[in-house]
Each structure stands twice: as structure tokens, then as C-alpha cells.
Design a protein around this ligand. Structure first.
Ligand code: PFF
Length: 474
């Protein structure tokens, strides 16, 4: 393989795992999972989540890693080749992956900018500088997000950081960052969990997250709970937009695809549960209302740190730093999809004939930068910018990516693996170099039938929740 496009992969299997887990572990784990679990049935939600992760998440994770490793290309090149071999034109799947990554990154980096700002502001409080946190957390957040210059500046810094790491290459940038960042994130999370669960009154938070509400699995509530768990599961696992195809394409033939997929799914779920343990015991210990989304991350959690006394800024700095690492490790995987797709597109399927890595990263970063400038200017809809479909720009980009393109991409991908590529090719690739593939039967049943049905249901659920159609709460 030519070196001209730097299509050399990870230096080690551990590096690959950390990068893939880093893609999966992101804002979704920290502000999505704990709140959804608490409000959608606690332990009952967890059971739904785990069943979906095993039957749908694993199949799609494996399918994406398989496609990437088999073709040794990103989504654009992979789907072009698979289409050619099967007499179909599948290029649209490459486009879908690249556009999903662009739209997702189009707002993800603005949130990343917010988190960076909060890390620095907590450090400011820690060292007693004038640029520390000040005033009531809710007012501070509104003032910051509607200060367009600041919001844009922090979003752009986050995009530049992401591009900087990607320009460093797969092993020189992404792997290096994730090999240090992910273990660090894990350690910080443990420190925060210890603090959170030992606060007086924290048990109410544990009850909020874990107490089983079995009625959430009865009747119409079941559909609701399943929809919420499904949406969370595929977003959290970074599925449906080619991130795992791209990382899988850097995997050497001697690595085990099946265990790789399991490890990523399991680690992501563990971190989501750990995030729940870090966040809600502290929220309840200080008598705050549980919340989800940006409100949880930037208002509720900051109020928690403000209430902690002297240790507050230390915990605040650690917490937002942890979330920054989670955000960057996800956003580099998104930019990598865009980069590789651009190279493969400009090379008509062959990245070696397309743009250089640097040119592709920079082009992707400029597009993503412009999208994030719009989202940052919009200040979550509070600054009076004209808005598409009556939604703030963040929700609009999220609707396109998470609401429509990603679940649709995952749905079609599993059909392609199950029905177009088929069992023999999957088994052949998974058992290269003496590897074992234990769950062939289960995988084929999942990828042919269960995952497509599950993803069709999730797609409906996403559209329902974004447009408030009320289909699922009948
Ligand atoms: N998994 C990330 C999160 O939980 O925040 C979001 C994400 C990142 C989705 C990268 C898709 C992706 F390719």
C-alpha cells in the first residue's frame, strides 16, 4: 500500500481499542445515558439497553468493523467496492456516512467548546483568577452561550484541536491521544465517583438511577422505554456513520473482529454506568433537580461544584477535563470519517489517488468550523438567529444526523452485510489467521433480521421524538 496518503494504521491493538472506545465514549455517555436511565425505568431501562446492545448494537458494531477491515478502506471506498462486486451502486452509503459525520460534528464541537471553556473557568476559580466561574450557574451559562464572540471562539478552538490531532495521523495523532486520554478519563471518573457516592444524601441519586420501575416495561410505556434505550444505544456506540468502518479499516488481519466488537460495546456501557454513578449521587446530595442534556452538564453539575466548598473547583476542573477528553476522542473519529471519505472520493474510490491527508483534514475542518460557527452564534436558539424548521441550529443538525441519517445508515448497513455480502464472506474474514468466530448463528440472525427491525424502530422513534409526533406515547 502506498504511503503517500498515510493510510498506515494503528501501531498497536491497544491503541485501536482505545481509539474505538474513545469514539464511543462521548457526551452521550455523560449527559444522555444517566438521565435517560433515571427517567425511563432505572434498572428496567438498563435491561432494555443491554438486550438492545447485545442483539442490535453488537451486530452493527461487528458489521462495521468487518466492512472496514475487509475492504481496508473508509465508508466511501468500501461501499463503492462492495457495490461494484455485487452489481449495485452503493456510493450513496458513503455519502450518507460522510454527511452524518459532518452534521454531527457540526454541533458536537460547539458543545466541546462549552466544555473546554468550563474546564478553563474552573481552573480560574481554583487559582482564584479573575476569569474563574462567577455568579449563579444558570445565569453564567446563559451569559456565556449568548456571548457570541466567546461561544464562537471556543468552538473554533475545539475544531482546531480536533484537526491538529487528525493531521498527526492515525498512529501519530489519534492513537497517541486516545492511549493516554482514555485511561486518564477512567481514573478521573473513579475519583469523581468516590467523591459523589460518599456525599451525605447521595443514596437518593443511586435510587434515582437504579431503582427498577417495572411499570416502564408494561403496555405502551414499553415502546417508549425501548425507543429511548435504542436511540441512546446506537448514538453512544458511534454506529451508523462509518466511524467503526474507518477504524476497522486500520485493523490488522490477525486481530479478532468478534472480541473487538464485544470489548467496545462493553467498555462503552461500563463508562455510561460509571458516568451515572459520578453525576446523580452528587446532584441529589445537593438537593438539585435531575436534568438531562446541556442543562445537566453546564447548569446542574456546575451548581453541584459551586456547592461543594473548597474542593468544588478541583472536582469541577477534573470533571470538565474528563468530558473534554471524551468529546475530543469522539470528534477526532468523526473528522477521520470525513477525511478518509474526502480522500476516497477525490481518488474515485482509491485514497492513494486522492487528496493528501492534510488537505482532506483541513477541508473537513473548515466545513465543520463554519457549521459550528452558526451553531455557536445561535446560542441554543437564544440569540434570535433565523432558525430552520423552527428548531435551534443544534437541534436541526442533530435531527439530520442522529435523527435520520445515522439510524438509516445503520439499518441499510446491516441489510448489506446480512443479505448482500452474506455469511460465507463474513465467516472468512472473521476467522482469518486462526481466529475463532463463536456466535456465527446469532450474528447472522441479528444482522439479517433483528438489527434491521430494531433500527427501523429506532429510526421511527428518533423521528417521533424530534418532531414530537407522539407516535410512541399513544
Ligand atoms: N458516541 C458519541 C457519544 O456518545 O457522544 C457520539 C458519536 C461519536 C457518534 C462519533 C458517532 C460517532 F461516529
Amino acid at each position: 500500500m502506498s504511503e503517500s496518503t498515510d493510510r498506515s494504521g494503528f501501531n498497536s491493538y491497544f491503541g485501536f481499542l482505545m481509539a474505538a472506545v474513545g469514539s464511543a465514549v462521548g457526551f452521550g455517555n455523560i449527559w444522555g445515558f444517566p438521565y435517560k436511565m433515571g427517567t425511563h425505568g432505572g434498572f428496567a431501562f438498563l435491561i432494555c439497553y443491554l438486550i438492545l446492545a447485545v442483539l442490535v448494537g453488537f451486530a452493527i458494531m461487528f458489521g462495521e468493523l468487518f466492512i472496514g477491515r475487509r475492504e481496508m478502506l473508509g465508508p466511501m471506498g468500501s461501499y463503492i467496492n462492495i457495490g461494484k462486486r455485487n452489481g449495485k451502486n452503493l456510493k450513496f452509503m458513503g455519502w450518507l456516512a460522510m454527511l452524518s459525520a459532518l452534521f454531527l460534528m457540526g454541533f458536537y464541537c460547539t458543545l466541546g467548546g462549552y466544555v473546554l471553556k468550563y474546564t478553563i473557568a474552573n481552573i480560574g476559580t481554583l487559582v482564584n483568577a479573575g476569569w474563574g466561574m462567577s455568579g449563579e450557574a444558570g445565569a453564567y451559562f446563559t451569559a456565556f452561550t449568548t456571548d457570541q464572540t466567546q461561544a464562537v471562539a471556543w468552538a473554533v478552538i475545539f475544531v482546531v484541536l480536533t484537526a491538529f490531532i487528525c493531521i498527526g495521523g492515525v498512529s501519530g495523532g489519534i492513537e497517541k491521544f486516545c492511549k493516554i486520554g482514555m485511561p486518564l478519563l477512567f481514573v478521573i471518573l473513579i475519583v469523581i465517583i468516590i467523591k459523589s457516592v460518599t456525599l451525605p444524601g447521595s443514596s437518593a441519586g443511586l435510587a434515582f438511577i437504579f431503582k427498577p420501575q417495572w411499570d416502564m416495561l408494561m403496555g405502551k410505556e414499553f415502546v417508549n422505554t425501548l425507543g429511548s434505550a435504542g436511540g441512546q444505544m446506537f448514538f453512544s456506540l458511534s454506529l451508523g456513520m462509518g466511524a467503526m468502518i474507518t477504524y476497522g479499516s486500520y485493523l490488522t488481519k490477525k486481530e479478532n473482529l468478534e472480541s473487538s466488537a464485544w470489548i467496545i460495546v462493553i467498555c462503552d456501557t461500563i463508562v455510561a454506568l460509571m458516568a451515572a454513578l459520578a453525576v446523580f449521587p452528587a446532584v441529589f446530595a445537593f438537593g438539585m433537580e435531575p436534568a438531562g442534556g446541556p442543562g445537566l452538564l453546564f447548569v446542574t453539575m456546575q451548581s453541584v461544584f459551586d456547592s461543594m466548598g473548597a474542593i468544588g473547583p478541583v472536582m469541577g476542573t477534573l470533571f470538565y477535563f474528563l468530558v473534554t477528553i471524551a468529546g475530543i476522542s469522539s470528534s477526532i473519529s468523526l473528522l477521520e470519517v470525513v477525511t478518509v471519505s474526502l480522500q476516497e472520493m477525490t481518488g474515485k474510490g482509491d485514497p492513494n489517488k486522492g487528496w493528501s491527508r492534510k488537505k482532506a483534514v483541513l477541508t473537513g475542518a473548515v466545513v465543520v468550523g463554519i457549521m459550528n460557527i452558526i451553531v455557536a452564534l445561535d446560542g441554543l436558539g437564544a440569540t434570535g438567529l433565523p432558525q430552520p424548521l423552527g428548531k435551534c441550529w443544534l437541534d436541526f443538525f442533530d435531527l439530520l444526523a442522529e435523527g435520520i441519517m445515522m439510524p438509516f445508515g445503520a439499518l441499510v448497513m446491516s441489510i448489506i452485510v446480512g443479505w448482500v455480502i452474506g455469511k460465507d464472506a463474513v465467516v472468512k474474514e472473521a476467522t482469518l489467521e486462526g481466529n475463532k468466530f463463536h456466535e456465527v448463528g446469532m450474528f447472522m440472525a441479528c444482522t439479517k433480521v433483528i438489527a434491521p427491525i430494531g433500527m427501523a424502530f429506532i429510526l421511527l422513534g428518533q423521528i417521533d421524538s424530534f418532531f414530537g409526533l407522539g407516535l410512541f406515547s399513544l
